[in-house]
Structure formats: structure tokens, C-alpha cells
Design a protein around this ligand. Structure first.
Ligand SMILES: NC(=O)C1=CN([C@@H]2O[C@H](COP(=O)(O)OP(=O)(O)OC[C@H]3O[C@@H](n4cnc5c(N)ncnc54)[C@H](OP(=O)(O)O)[C@@H]3O)[C@@H](O)[C@H]2O)C=CC1
Ligand SMILES: O=C(CO)COP(=O)(O)O
Length: 310
């Protein structure tokens, strides 16, 4: 709907032909965004060839599905198309960032990353927020910010592609930890301490990958971290909260996508690769892998040796 502002026709591709037909008919996505109407300009389609005519393609598939979607779309994508990744995560197995996945599968496109505090339902209702769009070239980032901004959806530009994607991937893992603390009834002080120490982990990892401090402290880093760690509107937070209350992992997702649960193990692998200490994220990864329980993870975090802040 945001992309439809000021445009006559915006194709929206989905993999499930029956769902797409229903969307075109009912003009509402009852499963994901109930009660919110599709903008007139949005034209649902099950044909990926729709990307051929596009100057800008927004890719909002789950992170672990981005490779297969881009691979399928690649033959239809023209050289120089602006390909904007909205997924937040790291690919399991390859440990690749989303921009690397797209560059491998569709080398002809110009990759950009859009990330920041933006719950889909809020954005769709026209509630205001601001996010970051990063591209290698300043001119491309500026053009995308102009093309995709509206009164309620403000885009700030950046050239720090890696910094923006690190913020989006790491905050989801940390939100699971904050949810666990909430589900365990540890109180608001513990939640704030987790956000601050989690942010220290995010900045350490970002520094190891050459991300700019301003990016990590901006909308796609601290901004999205605060949003996701502070609300059970976040599916990552809600997953952690359910685990903290004692629900089994098999039940705790409640059928929703929690990207941090797929990214956690890959995140730990890239952190180890660059010797970055991330004890909170590590605890989340261990719990999700069934190696420790929430109680043992909290105990281990509280018993860590005292150290200087930083
Ligand atoms: N929701 C939010 O507030 C925000 C989400 N994001 C990011 O965007 C990404 C997608 O999230 P979101 O839209 O919320 O997730 P949802 O679970 O709401 O929707 C996922 C969509 O992806 C489709 N999909 C799932 N698997 C595949 C696949 N293998 N191939 C093609 N399509 C697939 C689903 O199609 P189907 O209906 O057929 O199952 C569905 O339409 C995530 O990385 C998330 O972190 C970013 C900012 C905000
Ligand atoms: O990334 C988001 C908001 O910016 C959405 O968070 P969840 O995926 O945890 O719901």
C-alpha cells in the first residue's frame, strides 16, 4: 500500500495462485492484515514476469526464502532494476546476508536494503514511521528515498548496506531474548538492561563487519531494536514470551514467522568467525537448539564475570 501512493498500478506477486485470486477479489489479506484494505493501485498477480516492467522491486519474502524467490524472478529482472530487500535475516547454511544472496542469484540488479521500525499493520493503517534505505550509491539511495517516501512513511538514505542489514537481522534474535524475560516475569528493568546489553552486541558485530556507528545507532539498528524488544506486536518478541512462559518451541510460534529463530544459529556462526562476543544472542541460539532451557540461560547470563561496560 505504501508503494501504491502516487502510482496508478503496482503489481503484488504471491506464490499461491488461489490466495492471490482471493486477494484480488476481496481486496483484503484476512490472514496477515485483517481489516485493512488493499490500495486501489495494488494489482495481485501470481506471475513473476510482472517484475520485468518494474523500475523498483520490493522483496518481502521471509529471509530463508529470498534465494528461491530471487532465483525464480531472475530471468525476468532487467539489468539495473532497483531490487529492494525488505527481509530481515541471515541465510542458514551459507551464512550469507540478504544482499549477498541477491547479488548471487540476480547479479544484473542494483541491490538496496530497506529496514527500520515498521510493524506492517501500523504502516498499512497509515500510522507514521521512518526507516532507512541503503544502496551502494548515494544517488541510488536518494532516488529510492524520493520514490518510496510518503507523508507517513519517511525514508532516510544510507550507503551502509551491511550496517542496515546487520541491524535488521540481529534485533530479531535480541527481541526473542526480551520476550523471554517478559514471559518469565523478570520486570521492566531487566527488559531495559537486555536492550542496552543487546545493543552492545549489535554494535560489536557491526564494527567487526565495518558497519558505521551512525547506522547502528539509527532507525535500522537501535530504532528497530527498541520497537521489536518492547512490544508483543513483534512476532519475535511474542515467540520469546511464549517460551518464557514455558511453552514448547513446537507450539510457541503460533503459526507466525519469527525470523530471529531462523537467523540465530547463522548469527552465532558469523560472530564466532570474527571473534565477537554475543552472550545474549548465544543464549537464544542455545535455547532454540534445545541445548539449554530458559532458566539455565538466565542463570548463566546473571553469573557472567563482571566487566567494564562497552
Ligand atoms: N511484518 C512486519 O512488520 C515486517 C516484516 N519485515 C520482514 O519482511 C519479511 C517478511 O515478513 P512478513 O511479510 O511479515 O511475513 P508474513 O509471514 O506475514 O508473510 C510472509 C509472506 O511470504 C510468503 N512466503 C513464505 N514462504 C515463501 C516462499 N518460500 N516463497 C515465496 N513466498 C513465500 C508468504 O506467502 P503465503 O501467503 O503463500 O504463505 C507470505 O505472503 C521478514 O523478513 C520480516 O522480517 C520487515 C519489516 C516489517
Ligand atoms: O521488523 C519488524 C518491525 O520493524 C517486525 O518485527 P517482527 O518480525 O518481530 O514482527
Amino acid at each position: 500500500n505504501v508503494a501504491a501512493v502516487g502510482r496508478e498500478r503496482v503489481p503484488l506477486w504471491g506464490r499461491d495462485a488461489a490466495h492471490i485470486a482471493a486477494l484480488a477479489q476481496e481486496r483484503e489479506n484476512a490472514r496477515f492484515l485483517p481489516g485493512l484494505r488493499l490500495a486501489e493501485a495494488v494489482a495481485p498477480t501470481d506471475s513473476l514476469s510482472a517484475v520485468h516492467a518494474a523500475e523498483i522491486v520490493l522483496c518481502a519474502a521471509p529471509a530463508q526464502a529470498v534465494r528461491s524467490v530471487v532465483k525464480a524472478a531472475s530471468p525476468h529482472l532487467r539489468a539495473g532494476t532497483a531490487f529492494v530487500i525488505c527481509a530481515k535475516g541471515i541465510e542458514q547454511g551459507t551464512r550469507a546476508f540478504m544482499s549477498e544472496v541477491v547479488a548471487e542469484e540476480a547479479p544484473q540488479v542494483e541491490v538496496a536494503v530497506l529496514s527500520g521500525p515498521s510493524f506492517a499493520a501500523d504502516v498499512c493503517k497509515g500510522l507514521p514511521t521512518a526507516v532507512t534505505v541503503a544502496a551502494n550509491s548515494e544517488a541510488r539511495a536518494q532516488w529510492l528515498a524520493e520514490q518510496l517516501s510518503s507523508r507517513s512513511f519517511r525514508l532516510y538514505r544510507s550507503q551502509d548496506v551491511r550496517g542496515v542489514e546487520i541491524g535488521g537481522a540481529v534485533k530479531n534474535v535480541l527481541a526473542i531474548a526480551c520476550g523471554m524475560a517478559s514471559g518469565r516475569g523478570l520486570g521492566a528493568s531487566a527488559g531495559a538492561a537486555l536492550i542496552a546489553r543487546g545493543f552492545a552486541e549489535l554494535t560489536r558485530l557491526g564494527a567487526a563487519w565495518g558497519a558505521r556507528t551512525e547506522t547502528l545507532m539509527g532507525l535500522s539498528g537501535l530504532g528497530d531494536l527498541v520497537l521489536t524488544c518492547g512490544s508483543n506486536q513483534s512476532r519475535n518478541f511474542a515467540l520469546g514470551e511464549a517460551l518464557g512462559r514455558g511453552e514448547a518451541l513446537s507450539e510457541a510460534r503460533h503459526g507466525k514467522l519469527a525470523e530471529g529463530s531462523f537467523t540465530a544459529s547463522a548469527l552465532m556462526e558469523i560472530a564466532r568467525e570474527r571473534s565477537v562476543e554475543m552472550p545474549i544472542s548465544q543464549s537464544v541460539a542455545e535455547i532454540l537448539a534445545g541445548r539449554i532451557d530458559v532458566e539455565a540461560a538466565i542463570e548463566a547470563l546473571l553469573m557472567r564475570p563482571l566487566r567494564a561496560e562497552g
